[in-house]
Design a protein around this ligand. Structure first.
Ligand code: AHR
Length: 526
């Protein structure tokens, strides 16, 4: 692709790139073509009762020596506030289809103690329940995405949970909520009707799930008066998993029914789960890997593009107005458990490779912003591709966390189309696009660029042609580290951390030099 150059030059100050001939990539951005909104919900999180995701990661209890507010750790809350988490999916995952909400309300010392058979068979103390979840959401400023139990629960149980949470009138359940400390109705922004109902959520066929969906959609109501007026609680149906042909049938079944749905049931979203794994029985390592595994794993993650395109095309057939969102509510890297950890706790390291993987997936969601309006990375703390890791009183943020922090300006911004010759990076038999990029205009009218250099060895010079504004300066952050498998640890928490970049316009051209294996976000000032 040939870019037409006009504009200005940005000299990026904070570069430590090795002396290697940089590849050149031409990129053009047209501010006048800003279009689709990038829904901030694509930066959603997922907190399942799994391993140390909730217990220890969020909840330490009010009597803990770890600084906390009503049992919720202060360090974790502060870190999450900085990434402006839009929504949190809870309580699962597979856990959701075995969760009985009544176990998690009332005085802490009277809570029912159960087991968590999905995840290590450990004790589930139920000390983190509905009220603690909403307190956590209040503290971090996020909305609730509650998954109700379709697999082993009943429509009545789920309907009563919604009444308990959302009813403002003095029903018996609303009074019970008030007696438990919260007179005001809670707001449930998003309702998940089951989880992976084709597998851990009940091994249902598409048709069987569809009949359940209609019943739950009809009877699991939202009573919150503020939301009712605006019809704000969005209902999300179970959708497809990975890439197998049976998922086509699932999406077809739900969307075909949606096309002819009657007033008595409705959905606003179809969930999709897609992890980057490779081989489920011989998973990749999350630390101590080489360039071969780096390139193989990133190649695998790009399957997200085809999956979204495939399921969006099916949805387009039945919902051409794109009323139903594709909700990628479980995504991320799934590696072999760390040696010595409980395999049921899904503990893995988080490296620079994961930061690049996160940027590539977020960019795919952004390019499909018209259909993908929500996503939830799995999972928020201590589990799979986490933002945060904790060990008793210690806490460290991961390279993936920094990507979410750097992308904050893209929340609810308007997508600006970019055209670029991505070039290629090849390692042995794996070839990947060398560069990825997105652009967006924020509410103040400022242009933001995200640029990823996948190549672990060579820097890239980007020449940007910006139409529609006259730029004066730019500033932002770039995230890289010495090695593709560099990680942050409790002892070395800043091994992978963003560095500031400031840039000035020079000579009428925009030129950015990207370090090898880096994620960069800059704002262009007019
Ligand atoms: O995120 C871990 C598990 O992966 C979830 O519980 C389940 O929905 C998926 O299979």
């Amino acid at each position: 692709m040939r870019a037409i150059l006009f504009g200005f030059t940005l000299m990026v100050a904070a570069t430590t790139a090795p002396v290697v001939a940089a590849q050149r990539v031409l990129l053009s951005v047209d501010m006048s073509k800003a279009g689709t909104k990038i829904d901030r919900n694509i930066f959603g999180q997922f907190a399942e009762h799994l391993g140390h995701g909730v217990y220890e990661g969020i909840w330490v209890g009010p009597d803990s020596s770890i600084p906390n507010t009503r049992g919720i750790r202060n360090d974790v809350v502060a870190a999450l506030k900085a990434i402006m988490v839009p929504n949190v999916r809870w309580p699962g995952g597979c856990f959701a289809d075995e969760y009985h909400w009544r176990n998690g309300i009332g005085p802490a010392d009277h809570r029912v103690v159960t087991l968590n058979p999905n995840w290590g068979g450990v004790i589930e103390p139920n000390t983190f329940g509905t009220h603690e979840f909403f307190d956590f959401l209040d503290q971090i400023g996020a909305e609730a995405y509650v998954s109700v139990n379709v697999g082993s629960g009943t429509p009545r149980e789920a309907a009563e949970w919604l009444e308990y949470m959302t009813a403002a009138q003095p029903t018996t359940l609303a009074k019970e909520r008030a007696a438990n400390g919260h007179p005001a109705a809670y707001k449930v922004g998003y309702l998940g009707i089951g989880n992976e109902s084709w597998d851990c959520g009940g091994n249902m066929t598409p048709d069987y799930y569809l009949s359940q969906l209609k019943i739950y959609s009809r009877f699991v109501r939202n009573y919150n008066p503020e939301q009712q007026e605006k019809q704000e609680m969005l209902k999300i149906a179970v959708g497809p998993g990975g890439g197998e042909p049976r998922w086509t049938e699932w999406t077809e079944t739900i969307m075909k029914a949606y096309q002819h749905h009657q007033w008595s049931w409705d959905i606003n979203g179809l969930s999709m789960h897609n992890y980057t794994v490779g081989n489920w029985s011989r998973k990749f390592a999350s630390e101590g890997f080489d360039e071969a595994e780096y390139s193989q794993f990133l190649k695998l993650t790009l399957d997200m593009e085809d999956l979204i395109a495939k399921h969006s095309a099916i949805m387009d057939k039945y919902d051409p107005q794109k009323k139903v969102a594709l909700v990628v509510d479980e995504w991320g890297a799934w590696y072999a458990p760390l040696p010595g950890s409980n395999p049921g706790f899904l503990v893995q390291q988080n490296s620079l490779r994961d930061a690049i993987l996160a940027a590539l997936n977020l960019n795919i969601f952004v390019r499909h912003a018209d259909r993908v309006r929500m996503a939830n990375i799995a999972q928020m703390i201590n589990v799979l591709q986490a933002m945060i890791m904790t060990d008793k009183e210690k806490m460290v943020v991961t390279p993936t966390y920094y990507v979410f922090r750097m992308y904050v300006p893209f929340q609810d911004a308007t997508l600006v189309p970019v055209a670029f010759n991505a070039d290629t990076y090849t390692y042995e038999n794996i070839t990947l696009p060398r560069v990825d990029a997105i652009a967006a205009k924020d509410k103040a009218g400022k242009l933001w660029l995200e640029l990823t250099n996948v190549d672990p060895n060579e820097p890239v010079e980007i020449e940007v042609n910006v139409a529609g504004i006259t730029a004066k300066s730019a500033a932002g952050e770039t995230l890289t580290a010495p090695k593709v498998d560099s990680v942050n640890t409790f002892d070395a928490p800043n091994a992978v951390a963003p560095k500031p970049i400031s840039a000035k316009v020079q000579g009428g051209k925009l030129a950015l030099k990207l370090e090898p294996k880096s994620v960069t976000v800059v704002a262009v000032e007019q």
